[in-house]
Design a protein around this ligand. Structure first.
Ligand code: PMP
Length: 443
C-alpha cells in the first residue's frame, strides 16, 4: 500500500462514468492543484475559533493570530533555506507573486532586460513583457533549457540583464532545470535570478542558499494549492531591499505607519507589501502542509513520485501511437509529470475518454505554457495565427498526467489498461467521442 495515501482528503471519492457506474476517482492532475491534507483541514478547524485580525488590536485572539502569522514566515524561510536578509511576502498564488515582483522591479523600465525562457508558464512571462525588454532563452532539441544560449544572451546584452527568470520544474515536461548553474551564470553577469517554484517546491527539496553563495536564489515564488493546502495562499521571497524603496502595487491599511493627507509613512517590507487583511487561513494551511511534508521527508516523497512517473513512462512507451514530450534516461532530474499525445485522437478526446471510461482526471491543452507547447508541437506561425483567429475546438495541445503523494501504481495500471484498449480500438473511440470536437451549437 501507499503510506501517504490516507493522509490526503478525498482520495477515495466516487465519481460517475459514461455508463452510469461509479468508480473511485483517479486524480492525475496534481500539477494543476492538489487536494488538502487531512492535517491541513484539522489544523484549520482547530484554529478557526481563535481566528482574529492580524496586527490590528490588543485582543487576546488578535495577538495569537498575529504571532502565528509572523511565525509562518519563519516556517516558510526555513523550508526553502532562505537567507537571513530575505523577507517572505504572502500573496494569493505564484501569479500574483511574480506580478508583484515585476512591479517592484519595474521603475528601471525598458532599458533593462529580463531574460525569461521558452519553457515558462505564462505567469513567468506575461508580467515582464510590458515593463522590461524581455528575451527568451531557447531550448535544446529535447526541449530542455539551453544553458549555452543563456550564457550567450547574458554576454550579448553586456550587463543590461537585471534578472534571469526561470521555472524550477516545467509544468509541461516535468524537467527540473539546473538552477545552481543558472544562478551562477546570472550572478557572473551581474543579474539576479527568480525561480518559479510552483512545480518545484512541492516535489523536491529546495535550498535557496545564502546570499554569499554564487548559487544563491535571489527570488522564489510558489503556491500553497499545489502542495496540499488549497486555501488561496502564495509566497514571494526576496531581499527586503527590493521592496523597501518602491511604492507597493497594493496600497491601504496594514502597509503603513502614520498617514496624513500630505504624507504616507510606509511600513517596512513585508508588511508594506501586504495591504489589507491577509489570508491567515491560507497561510496556516500552507505551513501545516510544509510541516507535514517535512515530517514525511520531501526526499522520500520525491523518490516515491519518481518511481510512479518512471513506471508510467515505461507503460506509455510500450503503447503504439503514443508520442511523449519529454524523455526519460533515468539520471535526469524531473518531477512527477509527463505530457503525451496519441495519434488519431485529439488531446481533448483522450482526456474525455479517461474521465468517462475510468474516472481518471488529467489535464489537456496548452497548460498556460503556450509558447513552450507550440515549440514542442512544432506549430508554424500560420497555424498559431489560425487558432488565434478562429474559435476551433481542434486546437492542438497535449495530455498531461501528474502525480501527487497519494497516487498508486495500481491507478497507473488502470490508466495503462484503458489506454492500451483505446490504442487498439482508436476508430471506435474517435466516433464515440467525436462530440468533444464539434462546434458549440447555439439557439
Ligand atoms: N508556474 C508554473 C510552472 C505553474 O505550473 C503554475 C500553475 N499552473 C503557475 C506558475 C501559476 O500558479 P498559480 O496559478 O498558483 O498562480
Amino acid at each position: 500500500g501507499n503510506y501517504f495515501r490516507p493522509l490526503v482528503a478525498g482520495a477515495e471519492t466516487k465519481v460517475p462514468l459514461a455508463n452510469g457506474k461509479f468508480v473511485t476517482a483517479i486524480n492525475f492532475d496534481n500539477a494543476a492543484t492538489t487536494p488538502p491534507l487531512h492535517a491541513v483541514l484539522q489544523e484549520i478547524s482547530h484554529f478557526a475559533p481563535w481566528y482574529a485580525s492580524v496586527h490590528r488590536g490588543r485582543g487576546y485572539k488578535s495577538i495569537l493570530t498575529s504571532e502565528l502569522y509572523e511565525r509562518a514566515r519563519e516556517v516558510v524561510k526555513g523550508y526553502v533555506k532562505a537567507d537571513k536578509s530575505d523577507v517572505v511576502i504572502f500573496t494569493k498564488n505564484t501569479t500574483e507573486s511574480i506580478n508583484m515582483l515585476a512591479y517592484a522591479l519595474s521603475p528601471g523600465g525598458k532599458e533593462q532586460v529580463v531574460l525569461s525562457t521558452d519553457m515558462e508558464h505564462l505567469a513567468n512571462d506575461l508580467p515582464w513583457r510590458d515593463k522590461f525588454t524581455v528575451d527568451y532563452v531557447s531550448l535544446t532539441r529535447s526541449g530542455r533549457l539551453s544553458v549555452k544560449d543563456l550564457e550567450a544572451k547574458l554576454k550579448a546584452y553586456g550587463g543590461k540583464v537585471i534578472l534571469v527568470t526561470v521555472t524550477g520544474a516545467s509544468n509541461v515536461t516535468g524537467y527540473i532545470n539546473p538552477i545552481a548553474k543558472v544562478a551562477r551564470l546570472a550572478h557572473k553577469y551581474g543579474a539576479k535570478i527568480l525561480v518559479d517554484g510552483a512545480q518545484w517546491v512541492p516535489h523536491t527539496s529546495v535550498d535557496m542558499k545564502p546570499c554569499s553563495s554564487p548559487e544563491h536564489i535571489d527570488y522564489l515564488t510558489f503556491s500553497a494549492h499545489k502542495m496540499y493546502a488549497p486555501f488561496g495562499a502564495g509566497v514571494l521571497i526576496g531581499p527586503q531591499a527590493t521592496f523597501a524603496s518602491n511604492i507597493p502595487v497594493y496600497q491601504g491599511g496594514g502597509a503603513v505607519g502614520l498617514v496624513s493627507h500630505e504624507y504616507i509613512e510606509w511600513d517596512d517590507p513585508p508588511a508594506k507589501c501586504e495591504a489589507g487583511t491577509p489570508n491567515m487561513i491560507g497561510v496556516l494551511a500552507l505551513i501545516t502542509a510544509i510541516e507535514t511534508l517535512s515530517k514525511l521527508n520531501i526526499n522520500d516523497i520525491h523518490t516515491y513520485e519518481r518511481g510512479l512517473i518512471d513506471y508510467a513512462i515505461d507503460g506509455l512507451r510500450s503503447i503504439p501511437g503514443i508520442n511523449l514530450y519529454s524523455s526519460r534516461d533515468g539520471s535526469e532530474a524531473r518531477v512527477s509529470l509527463i505530457s503525451f499525445t496519441m495519434e488519431g485522437l485529439h488531446h481533448s478526446q483522450i482526456a474525455e475518454i479517461l474521465s468517462q471510461e475510468a474516472g481518471i482526471a488529467v489535464r489537456n491543452g496548452l497548460f498556460c505554457a503556450h509558447p513552450y507547447v507550440e515549440k514542442l508541437l512544432k506549430l508554424t506561425k500560420k497555424e498559431i495565427k489560425y487558432y488565434q483567429t478562429y474559435d476551433d475546438k481542434t486546437i492542438p495541445g497535449l495530455v498531461r498526467m501528474s502525480f501527487g503523494i497519494y497516487n498508486t501504481y495500481q491507478e497507473i495500471d488502470i490508466f495503462y489498461k484503458l489506454l492500451c484498449h483505446v490504442a487498439r480500438n482508436r476508430n471506435y473511440y474517435a466516433r464515440k467521442y467525436a462530440y468533444v470536437l464539434e462546434p458549440d451549437r447555439c439557439g
